[in-house]
Ligand binder design. Structure first.
Ligand SMILES: C[S@@+](CC[C@H](N)C(=O)[O-])C[C@H]1O[C@@H](n2cnc3c(N)ncnc32)[C@H](O)[C@@H]1O
Length: 158
């Protein structure tokens, strides 16, 4: 059974006031102009992605993959974070090309299109296809999906 203090801290973590405070004090001040522009045109809540950034930097990730792109908020963040050395890249998979194209002007403005390989496909078929190439097996440094596990369980449309 959950203790009272655990249940209070769980509720606190989900409180809109705390979320707003974290956005105002942690997320927005670190957001670049282009990411802000993309968030505003997406009219979507930004997710707290600073941990991803930190992990990408700490692990010096180069070959990355994003499952579920939508308009590309976290895609842009990853592409801006990985090095621009001609080797770092991100495979971006989504069924919805139209959503990706909403964010594409920002990707172009940010000069990161060359790092991105967008694959319009269902995740499972795209992953099967990628795994057919032996070089891809075990080769990704950083997978990004808001819910890598949930993506497969619940947000996927297949
Ligand atoms: C929560 S959004 C992704 C948010 C995005 N990472 C961001 O930073 O804004 C989920 C995305 O997953 C995509 N999606 C859902 N099921 C999918 C599937 N089976 N294969 C590929 N993409 C899928 C949807 O089209 C949608 O764009």
């Amino acid at each position: 059974m959950m203790s009272l203090s655990n249940s209070i801290s769980k509720e606190l973590l989900h409180s809109p006031e705390l979320q707003e405070y974290m956005l105002e004090t942690v997320v927005y001040p670190r957001e670049t102009k282009l990411l802000k522009e993309l968030r505003l045109i997406t009219s979507n809540h930004p997710r707290s992605l600073s941990t991803n950034c930190l992990l990408l930097k700490l692990t010096n990730a180069k070959k990355t993959i994003e499952i579920g792109v939508f308009t590309g908020y976290s895609l842009v963040l990853i592409a801006l974070t990985i090095p621009d050395d001609g080797k770092a890249s991100i495979i971006a998979i989504d069924l919805d090309r139209d959503a990706y194209e909403i964010g594409l002007p920002i990707i172009k403005k940010a000069n990161i299109e060359h790092k991105i390989n967008f694959i319009q496909s269902s995740t499972l078929s795209a992953l099967d296809e990628l795994l057919n190439e032996n070089d891809n097996r075990g080769s990704f440094d950083f997978p990004s999906s808001k819910q890598t596990k949930l993506a497969i369980k619940s947000t996927m449309r297949e």
